[in-house]
Design a protein around this ligand. Sequence first.
Ligand SMILES: C[S@@+](CC[C@H](N)C(=O)[O-])C[C@H]1O[C@@H](n2cnc3c(N)ncnc32)[C@H](O)[C@@H]1O
Length: 253
Amino acid sequence: MAKRKWVSFDSWYGELFDDRWPLLRASLLKEPVYAELKEGLLKPYYLDEASCLAAESLEAEPGDTVLDMCAAPGGKTLLIALALGGSGRLVANDRSASRRSRLKRVLTEYLPEALLSTVETTSHDATKWGLYEQDAYDRVLLDAPCSSERHVIHSPAHLSRWSPSRSRNLAHQAYAMLSAAYTAVKPGGLVVYSTCALSPLENDGVMKKLLARRKITLVTPRLRYGEPTEFGVQVTPDRDDGRGPMYISRFCK
Ligand SMILES: C[S@@+](CC[C@H](N)C(=O)[O-])C[C@H]1O[C@@H](n2cnc3c(N)ncnc32)[C@H](O)[C@@H]1O
């Protein structure tokens, strides 16, 4: 079997984004733009503005049953809990024990008791969720583990481990999680798929595969910024005043 050629982070993203890459690269190295969440919380929480869009796209309402499949450290979970306003049920899941401890700390430090009482934390493998619960939630957020280029570019250790196959593997995993999200949501319910990746394999690539295999209706996100892609919206720091990266797509079952 022919061996795959070694490809660097810069040459791969340079090919994907062409003339745009130098500016996009430079924007990834700058500080993200943070939103200050304070209304309804015990103290202010700071979250990348584009992350707020992902949670808002869920359009959760009081009384809803919501699953946040990959929830830690919990910024989006806080926003969903605020939207539920103390009525309904929010399952905040994360498989990593250390990140789950951080999630629990965030929830207890920032949420007033009336909102906290609607949140339950769990530790399941999101790829297997569909085996245990079907047609169970009004809303599901899958904020998937992803290439997270903004993080990678700041870390020589992560950069040295980066390869295109990492992105391919993350895309496979995200597809398994998104299929499970499809199974877990009620017919007529809404699923939001988000990543902080620039790699199209993990964004539209995953949605394309799901559209080919499941009966879903795309629901265009209502966003204040970002650019439309084939199946969703991409917020990128070079074009969105430092916000993102964040990809958001959503669908109804
Ligand atoms: C992008 S982060 C989530 C960020 C979070 N939604 C927020 O807004 O703070 C992805 C999370 O997925 C978790 N994760 C990775 N693989 C998982 C799996 N198979 N099942 C459940 N969670 C998983 C990681 O531990 C990580 O915390």
